[in-house]
Every structure is written in structure tokens, then in C-alpha cells.
Design a binder for this molecule. Structure first.
Ligand code: GLU
Length: 472
């Protein structure tokens, strides 16, 4: 994987925004108002580690506060910088608007190589970072709610929530200051895998529309399609599992930091995860061909290419050689604007990041709502649901005079739990957003691609808010 070219990335996001604003005819002054981040903070803070002070540098960018709190992950990676964080914050604004999550957009980052530190050290660094952010209002249940991103997960969120709670012990909503927490620390079931699930739901929805499939040059259903996936992090590993195990796709290639694997017969995600955990990379995985130049596998033949790692992976340089007829952006910004122009001209279909990876923030919204309401979803209705199931079974057995087999009874007697509700809410959200994007694309002469359509759906909502708030 090549490291991100942040300047291109920010220019790309601006260009994508401008294209949608022009298609919608948004007036220039409003375009200016909405496009740039409203505030950005750079933090340099010391932490005493191994007997000496080490200085860390982090950022939090708030793109739009038309809805509060603002929302977006915090990334721990050595390549993070302010421009990258700003571009990602802008994407968050439009991602939230597209999927009707009532949050503004934000993003954070810490320039750090997490592997260089022990767990105890990372905890100290994270707690100190939280204090710095909290001090300036860049973490708060009502104003700015971080979440996991590259290099962070439930563990870091638990530390941040705990630190925040210690700083503000009388804030009854303190736990809602971050999402993506462990389920036992105010998290919600299904959050960790939510982005991967969202990728699955979007692909399912795409294949429910034969016209859309046809436009990409593919045909038939999702089952049996050859998929190449870049990145087996939180997004990619879950997406791979659901797509292979539940949708029957053939994972013919995976790309990671040390290279790539190719296999005509398909790779098993569970075995890949086990190997990665043991070997620290893909090399040595049995029964597949290892390719040291991982990026070259983006160009291999397949039906669906899923970049699920970092931004700027498909650029002007490799776009002419990309052979996949469908690209599914599970990462944020993996295809640059210039690359997209070339690919669209050749008829490649691109399902955009705004939609494809919005599952994470959607379930974050559910977590935050559950935190501020101080109640688990489904708690009030589960027994009612089970009783209704029993009554339906009784009715069928009494009227038919036969016994309903146990395997048909079981789902009715189980009742609806929180994970069912989260998955149902997520699927509904992704399907609705896909539909809105599709309608906009097909209904407007000025819009020809799915990304512009997704931006347009989102931007229209943001513009409406700004107008109604009286800022324009
Ligand atoms: N970091 C994720 C994203 O880029 C999730 C953000 C969130 O849940 O707030 O969408």
C-alpha cells in the first residue's frame, strides 16, 4: 500500500463537493460557507514515557455544525496530518447528511505509530489526548463525539469515555462523549462490525437493481462474483466475512501492507484473519499465490474491487490499468477525483464512500441515542414480542391441529433483541440512502455518477439547514 497523498486527497474532496454544488446550482457564497472546515485545532502535548517526555501532535477538525453534536472518528497513524483530518471531516458532514444521521461532521487524528507503544503507554497517551480535547470542547456528548477509525478501536474509546467521566463526574451523559465503546462500557452490539455490514447491505441493494448492475457491465446477482479487497482492518475483515459467508462471493484477491494474495478458487476470511494474527501479514498463507507488490493486485481482473484501507489508492497513475467494472469504496476517499474522471469515462461504476462506509456512523448514532436515553433498545418490548410469537404459534396449532416444528418456533419465541434492532435500523438506513442517491442520479440531467448524486442528496440537506438557520 502506498501512503496517502494528503494534498491530493483534500483537493479531491473539494473538487467532488464543487461538482455536486454546481449540479445543484448552489450559490457561490453558500458554497464558500459550507465547503471549508469551521474550526481546526492542533494539539502538541507531552507524555512521560520510559523516563523522558515525548511530545505528540494531534488534530481535531470540525467541518460543519449545522447539526450538533459533530461526529467522526479519531485516527492513530504516522501519516496523519491536518489536511487529511480536514478532508475526512468534510466527508463526515456529507456522509451523515446522506444517511440522515443528525450530526455535523468532524474528524481527529494523532500522529503516532501505535505498534511502537505498549498498551499501558497507549492508554496514557489517549487519556492525555482526551484531556487536551476536552479542555477545548473538542470532545463532549452534546458538541463533539469521536469514534474509532484507523488505529483506534473499542479499547481507546473506553479510555476516552472513562477519562471524560472523571473530568466531568456530574455530566449524566458523560458516556455519550464517544461511540464505538465496548458493549460492557456503554457500547452497542453490532457497532464494531457495522461498517462491514453496511458494505454488504449496499452491495445487496445494488444487485437488487438490474439496471444499475447492467450499467456497470456486470450481470446477475452478487453470488459467485469475484472480489478483490484491499485492507483487512476493521472494515475489510468484516466485509469479507459477510460477503463470502453470507453472500457467496469469491474472494479472489486480498491486499495488505506486506503484499497481496491471489486465488482463483477464493480465500476464506476466517483463515486469513487467523493467519494475519499469527504471522503479522499475508505472506506464507497456504494455498494462494503471494505477490510482494500488493498495489499491483488492484489492477488484477475481478468483478468487484473493494478498497477498504486508506485514501488515494486509485490515482491517475494506476486508474488506466484498473480492470474491475465496479469499485466499492469501503475506505474514505480511496479513488481520487482525477482517477474517477478517467474511470467514469471508461464506464466503470463507483459506489461512493459517502454511502458505502456510512454504516459505522449510523450505528454510532444508535449508540449515542441509547447512551443519552440511558436505556437499551428493545428493553420495553421484548417480552411483548415473545408473547405475540407464542400467540401466533398457538393460533396456528389450534386452527391447523398440527404442531409447528421447533426450528420454525424458535425465532418467534426468541423475541427481538438489541442486535436485531441495530441490524434492522442499519439495513433500512443503507437501503433508503441508496434509493435517494439512485433517484437523484436518474432524475437529474446534471448528474451522471453515483458520487455526485450522493453528494447532491447530502448537500441539499445541509444547504436547507444553513438557509433555515438564517446563515444565508
Ligand atoms: N470513523 C468512522 C467513519 O469514518 C466512524 C465515525 C463515527 O462513528 O463517528 O465513518
Amino acid at each position: 500500500m502506498t501512503s496517502a497523498t494528503e494534498n491530493d486527497f483534500q483537493a479531491s474532496v473539494r473538487g467532488m463537493f464543487d461538482r455536486a454544488a454546481a449540479a445543484l446550482g448552489v450559490p457561490d457564497d453558500l458554497v464558500e460557507t459550507i465547503r471549508e472546515c469551521k474550526s481546526v485545532i492542533q494539539l502538541r502535548f507531552p507524555v512521560r514515557l520510559r523516563g523522558r517526555y515525548q511530545t505528540f501532535c494531534g488534530w481535531r477538525a470540525v467541518h460543519s455544525e449545522h447539526r450538533l453534536p459533530v461526529k467522526g472518528g479519531i485516527r492513530y497513524a504516522p501519516f496523519v496530518d491536518q489536511q487529511e483530518v480536514e478532508a475526512l471531516a468534510a466527508l463526515m458532514t456529507f456522509k451523515c447528511a446522506l444517511v440522515d444521521v443528525p450530526f455535523g461532521g468532524a474528524k481527529g487524528g494523532l500522529s503516532i505509530r501505535p505498534d511502537d507503544y505498549t498498551e499501558e503507554e497507549l492508554e496514557l497517551i489517549t487519556r492525555r489526548f482526551t484531556q487536551e480535547l476536552a479542555d477545548r470542547g473538542y470532545i463532549s456528548p452534546s458538541r463533539d463525539v469521536p469514534a474509532p477509525d484507523i488505529g483506534t478501536g473499542a479499547r481507546e474509546m473506553a479510555w476516552m469515555a472513562d477519562e471524560y467521566r472523571q473530568l466531568y463526574p456530574s455530566d449524566i451523559d458523560a458516556l455519550a462523549c464517544v461511540t464505538g465503546k465496548p458493549v460492557t462500557q456503554g457500547g452497542i452490539p453490532g457497532r464494531e462490525e457495522a461498517t462491514g455490514r453496511g458494505v454488504q447491505y449496499v452491495l445487496r441493494e445494488f444487485f437488487r437493481h438490474p439496471d444499475d448492475v447492467g450499467r456497470s457491465g456486470l450481470e446477475g446477482g452478487l453470488e459467485g462474483k469475484r472480489v478483490i479487497l484491499q485492507g483487512l482492518g476493521n472494515v475489510g475483515s468484516h466485509a469479507a466475512r459477510y460477503l463470502v459467508e453470507e453472500e457467496g462471493v469469491r474472494l479472489t484477491g486480498v491486499i495488505e501492507h506486506d503484499g497481496a494474495l491471489l486465488s482463483d478458487t477464493g480465500l476464506a476470511p476466517a483463515a486469513l484473519a487467523e493467519h494475519m494474527a499469527r504471522a503479522g501479514g499475508l505472506e506464507g498463507f497456504p494455498g494462494a499465490r503471494f505477490v510482494a507488490d500488493g498495489a499491483s493486485v488492484l489492477e488484477a481482473e475481478c468483478d468487484i474491487l473493494i478498497p477498504a484501507a486508506i485514501e488515494s489508492q486509485i490515482t491517475e497513475a494506476n486508474a488506466p490499468r484498473i480492470r474491475a467494472p465496479l469499485i466499492v469504496e469501503a475506505a474514505n476517499g480511496p479513488v481520487t477525483l482525477a482517477a474517477e474522471r478517467q474511470l467514469l469515462a471508461r464506464g466503470t461504476a463507483i459506489l461512493p464512500d459517502l454511502l458505502v462506509n456510512a454504516g459505522g456512523v449510523t450505528v454510532s448514532y444508535f449508540e449515542w441515542v441509547s447512551n443519552v436515553s440511558h436505556m437499551r433498545f428493545g428493553r420495553l418490548s421484548r417480552q411483548l414480542d415473545i408473547q405475540r410469537g407464542k400467540r401466533i404459534i398457538d393460533m396456528i396449532e389450534t386452527t391447523s391441529g398440527r404442531t409447528v416444528p421447533d426450528e420454525l418456533k424458535a425465532p418467534l419465541l426468541r423475541g427481538v433483541d438489541e442486535l436485531d434492532l441495530v441490524q434492522s435500523g442499519l439495513e433500512d438506513t443503507m437501503r433508503e440512502a441508496y434509493g435517494a442517491m439512485r433517484e437523484t442520479m436518474l432524475g437529474s440531467d446534471a448528474i451522471e455518477d453515483m458520487r455526485t448524486a450522493a453528494f447532491a442528496v447530502a448537500l441539499e440537506k445541509v444547504v436547507r439547514s444553513y438557509r433555515q438557520m438564517g446563515l444565508a
